[in-house]
Design a binder for this molecule. Sequence first.
Ligand code: GLN
Length: 545
Amino acid sequence: MAKHIFVTGGVSSSLGKGLTASGLGMLLRARGLRVVMQKLDPYLNVDPGTMNPFEHGEVFVTDDGAETDLDLGHYERFTDEALTSDSNATAGSIYSAIITKERKGEFLGRTVQVIPHVTDEIKHRITRLGADDVDVVITEVGGTVGDIEILPFLYAIRQFRSDLGRQNVCYIHLTLVPFLGNSGEQKTKPTQHSVEELRSRGIMPDAIVCRSSSPLSPGIKRKIALTCDVPPRGVVSAIDVDNIYEIPLVLHAEGLDDFVCELLGLDAGEPPGIQAWSKMIERASGASETVRIGLIGKYVNLPDAYLSVVEALRHAGFHHRVRIETVWVQAEEVTGLLAGEMLADMDGIVIPGGFGERGIEGKIAAATYTRENAIPCLGLCLGLQVMVIDVARSLAGMKGANSAEFDPNTPFPVIDLMDEQRRVVDYGGTMRLGAQAAILREGTQVAAAYGELLVRERHRHRFEVNPRFRHRLEKAGLVASGTSADDRLVEFVELPGHPFWVGTQAHPEFKSRPQRPHPLFRELVGAALANKAARQGGQVAAEER
Ligand code: GLN
């Protein structure tokens, strides 16, 4: 039977519950345990797929095509376990399942209530993750204790301890220990109140992870242990770190994984995988050179909106031993001649995914500029689409070419709605989603990067390269370096002779891992590094002249 760990949060939102849970997941996985992670979200949307990235951050897509919370990205990156739609349950999806059953008559004669029907459905979502070969299920409860919507979730997870027994269930609560400048002290009161709130729902935490700007003093730890009724080893000091991948090391140094293994009776050998992980962090912090990558987006300075892209770039940075400076470029501001000025000192460019017309012309201008000036550029989903529009307009003589998404009356809809999308009415969960196979063309840059010809990447889109124009685009020099197995959909494009100008209809960022950067990001950063060296060489030469 799988053991269950529940992670809740108090005092404040955005304390990093997802990262704490992921850090613990990484440590348990490093001990050879099979760990599956899950997020319970108390909001009423059925999934985050229809939410604005401004509101909710990136939508993370799983292999099986679920549109999920961005914390699942952290889970996958830290535990290296590909998750499924089962790993994200929102209150909306839970209520929707219950109401569907009610309409079918499955509760005939009975009143349907939060307890037991909603709590049972929540418990069902949690237990179904504990398949035979899973050792540990880590469930993160979104929101903060004290929220109205979180109650059914707290009731459900509380029942687990009596259902499964003490030795099979463990509760970890994350809080904030602020440092008050005027008194020069760390303050435990918010933690005490938060634990009090949790206990009023019947949950006694086994461990309290305290976020703080500096390490908790032994005195403060003792005070929290006493007032919150946890053993001293259960009070964990989680100081702020520069690099999120250091979090497992911080938790390990505080003994959290040992403590949890002991509580749950898990084989508590030293985690061998942690050495390789530490090496990766050392490499990263030893990097002295910086590579500047411009991210042409709609939501600038909002890393959460492009979280997996930012992380994938960092992974590539770890590989090349360089620091990545992500420069946020507001797409709407990249126009015409200005494009050159704004992008001139970037070593490489990423044009990420997106929806809607805002900023499109700026993204196309960025594609044109990088193509004409041999600047490495990686286009992701919408990024591929704008690269294709650029080639159509600039090289294939199709004036006014566009995507039908932005200009339904364009004379050259080089990007058009996929046939399968024409009948779609609902917005939620209806795009072309999840892992799709693509065949790469031998001898292309993309095939060389992957080192194989059959690849599977995750998708989330409604539009595609219009097959009607493919021949004209190819004649103009664009190479379709990867297509769907039936050769109908263009999945990768590139431009021969350019150091790196590659677009993909997929979202490869979702599959990048800190110890295994995604090949396209790895190549982009490699090319950006070469571009930087060449430009610096050029500058030196010019100064010498
Ligand atoms: N809006 C485009 C489409 O639906 C691109 C989507 C994306 O970038 N994820 O095809």
